[in-house]
Design a protein around this ligand. Sequence first.
Ligand code: SF4
Length: 334
Amino acid sequence: MSTKIWYPSAVWYEKAVYDYPLGQEILKRVTSLGIPLQLIESHNKSRLELADPQKRFYASKKILILGVKKDLRLQNCSPSADYRLIIGTSCPGFCEYCYLADSLGERVFPRVYINLDEILQPLLTILRNNRDQKTTSEISSSGDPLATEHLTGLLSKTIEILAEEPNARLRVVTKFPWVEPLLALKHNGNTFFRFSFNSEYVINTFEHGTASLKERIDSMQKLGAANYPLGAIIAPIILYDNWQQDYYNLIKDLAKYLPQLETFELITFRFSNRAQMKIFTRFPHSKLPFPKNGIRHKAFGKYVYDEENQQKIKSFFIETLSTFFPQSHISYFV
Ligand code: SF4
């Protein structure tokens, strides 16, 4: 069964959205779809008045917020890129271990920022002042840009603008399958597309509301046919009973259907005390294995697998990837 394309139950918007042609365009589109609109003071401060935290979480994920991004400073995006390019926040999916759980707090609404030209300006200045140097920007560090693309067109516009900058390298990562709007774009190979992959068990058990493994592979094949350079993120890598066999099968499938994958980014499971509490509030029956042993405390209440486990995972992935993808390379393992 394919993942049904997402439509919000309501769109909340800041008044200033009307000052931008792109904002007007999006408002017109959602109005024509019969989606109710509501004016808000600030994209950052809006809340749903629902006492039950679980109901509030699910209801918030159904509302799309349109806002104007005020802080336009570029931030570093180690280890994946030089800069973070933020055109949106969050997404309509329900991954139990969402990497944004800590930073978003209660503000889990899918949000998009319609002042794209202003957001892109600092990056364009850097690109044009440093023509000899390739500059990478990561557009998925604060949300999933493909999840709302059919309503906003923001990712397509960004891809086309950066296609005209010879030293620009845009990096996208997604878990959603709706790639059609991107297939006919002129991208000049400047957009490097990754899907976030995991074992079929992990996707089906913990990544609710996102594409299945098969859909991710199918969508990536379409992007490959449209000449986008491709890579994969495997994250979070989780230790559970059958992890080795399941991740082996994943890599074998990727090699069969997507042999052109150039790079792999590998991120092991990590969690904080705060995130753990939130997960059990939002997903009371969660089967996520929060280990008591074999982990180490990093800092600020954050835990990662201990050295022995990290080494075990690393060796397994190096060996398996070198068997199935001898030409590709591991960009980083954390
Ligand atoms: Fe979070 Fe990404 Fe999952 Fe959306 S797809 S819930 S942003 S981890």
